[in-house]
Write a protein that binds this ligand. Structure first.
Ligand code: NAG
Ligand code: NAG
Length: 469
């Protein structure tokens, strides 16, 4: 583990929770030097040492079996293959065209899907506006050489193809004439060998600027070069970082961004859609017909309200929000939204904390109350779907309270069923449900909610159906 810490210091510092499988399952970890024992120990002590070794081996075996019992993740070889065969990856053809490319190799890693998604769609927009083909990156959870890492006591793939989560322009899908389709990193290596790359550093970009100021700066940097292969060196400073996504500065980009093919043609992957299909009878058991005649999912799930109730890590995170006087994230602050947050709410500290918790980590009573208010405005809502990482016993309590309050049904992330490939994209399935629910109630402090709002607002749903806790 120390070795991997030295090899990937950035990865370890950003999140120290993953354990590369090779180290933790290594039997040498029992840490008892045998030679020491042979040379110096008396018989009884040797016995103790032996027993300790056996006990450690047994514990390690049990732990490994526990981890393995949740299954070895699939290889996703069909999706890797699909990406490889995208038409823009024909090198013979590409070499005779004068397509131009853009790569930003240092992306967020070891973070949740939503940090990756927000960065990926905005960089796609930059490439689109500068008429370059963006290099799309794998979803990298860990730079470990092993294909899996242990996380939450089960195996998780170190990297997944982006097309497991999304399709559309950001993942190499079709774009309108005059624009360039995104390519994968392997293709970039062939078409843009190292000596052909022109590098621009992000070190001099404006800091804490309005979104459109930052964006225009990049447009002029990229517009000033005609090189075929441009790479942005963002090791000192991400091109688009959490300050931009976290605050209202990003809204100054909305006008152009929302109308661009990046958002207009955004789509979930076939894998996510298949999981959605499979689970619709669970989410809305009363609905008889889920697919239209051409096999397309409906764009709205009528009578369904989806609500994002993040627990787990948010039990700490919400208190940090108080300390930072944080407000709702960027795309949770559209001016037309009914729910706003007052971060300068300056009563005494206790009242402040209660105010933050009500909106960031609400109690069962507060959730029931919020849903009651939303139902009063949308009286035909009948079913609740909860996007959550909470415990089942807690959700059982919430469900009982909601049924008591007159809802027909409540289902949650924990009720969905998946095949082994679908299992690792479950978060995107949740998001697709929230995107299509008639009404969505999000958590203003969450990037998952912010991305759902981005999609819902770009689809022009009635603004009064986008609510926040
Ligand atoms: C790549 O493009 C060339 C030229 O258009 C064509 O002859 C060839 O069949 C293509 N290769 C593949 C694998 O599609
Ligand atoms: C926010 O809270 C402060 C203090 O309670 C109050 O003075 C201010 O008017 C509030 N702002 C809004 C927009 O409600």
């Amino acid at each position: 583990m120390r070795l991997s810490r030295r090899l990937w210091p950035r990865f370890w510092s950003s999140s120290a929770r993953y354990t590369p499988i090779a180290t933790s399952s290594s039997p040498r970890n029992s840490g008892l030097p045998l030679s020491y024992d042979k040379r110096r120990c008396t018989q009884p002590r040797r016995l103790i040492v032996q027993r300790t070794i056996y006990a450690c081996a047994a514990i390690l075996t049990l732990l490994s079996l526990g981890v393995l019992s949740s299954g070895i993740p699939p290889s996703y070889s069909n999706i890797w293959h699909y990406e490889k065969l995208l038409p823009q990856h024909n090198l013979t053809e590409a070499l005779v065209q004068n397509r131009r490319y853009l790569r930003i190799p240092n992306r967020v890693t070891g973070h949740g899907l939503n940090n990756v998604l927000q960065e990926s769609v905005l960089l796609s927009y930059l490439a689109y506006r500068t008429q370059r083909a963006l290099v799309f990156e794998d979803y990298t959870w860990s730079h470990s050489l092993s294909p899996y890492v242990i996380y939450d006591f089960s195996l998780r793939p170190s990297r997944l193809p982006l097309n497991a989560f999304i399709s559309g322009p950001s993942a190499g899908g079709a774009v309108p004439p005059g624009s360039e389709r995104a390519v994968n990193a392997a293709f970039w290596e062939s078409i843009c060998p190292a000596e052909s790359r022109h590098t621009i550093s992000s070190a001099d970009q404006p800091k804490y600027a309005e979104g459109n100021v930052l964006f225009d700066w990049w447009m002029s940097q990229l517009g000033a070069t005609q090189e075929r292969c441009v790479e942005i060196d963002s090791r000192s400073q991400p091109v688009f970082d959490h300050n931009l996504f976290g605050g209202p500065q990003i809204l100054s980009l909305w006008e152009g961004f929302s109308k661009s093919p990046i958002l207009a043609d955004f789509a979930w992957s076939r894998l996510v859609e298949s999981a959605l299909n499979r689970n619709l009878p669970i989410i809305q058991p009363g609905v008889r017909k889920y697919l239209s005649q051409d096999g397309v999912l409906p764009s709205t799930f009528s009578n369904l309200v989806a609500v994002h109730i993040r627990r787990g890590d948010f039990k700490r995170h919400c208190y940090r929000m108080v300390g930072w006087s944080a407000n709702y994230m960027g795309f949770n602050r559209f001016p037309q939204f009914l729910d706003t947050f007052n971060s300068s709410f300056d009563e005494d500290q206790h009242a402040r904390i209660q105010y933050y918790l009500q909106h960031c980590l609400p109690s069962v009573e507060q959730i029931v109350e919020k849903l009651r208010i939303v139902r009063r405005a949308n009286p035909h809502l009948k079913e609740v779907y909860v996007l959550t990482n909470g415990w089942r016993w807690w959700l059982n309590g919430l469900k009982a309270a909601l049924l008591e309050d007159g809802w027909d049904d409540m289902k949650s992330s924990l009720d969905l069923t998946f095949d082994p490939e679908q299992k690792h994209v479950a978060m995107a399935v949740d998001m697709a449900i929230a995107e299509k629910a008639e009404v969505f109630i999000g958590n203003g402090f969450s990037s998952l909610t912010s991305n759902i709002m981005m999609l819902r607002v770009s689809k022009d749903v009635d603004p009064s159906t986008n609510r926040l806790l």
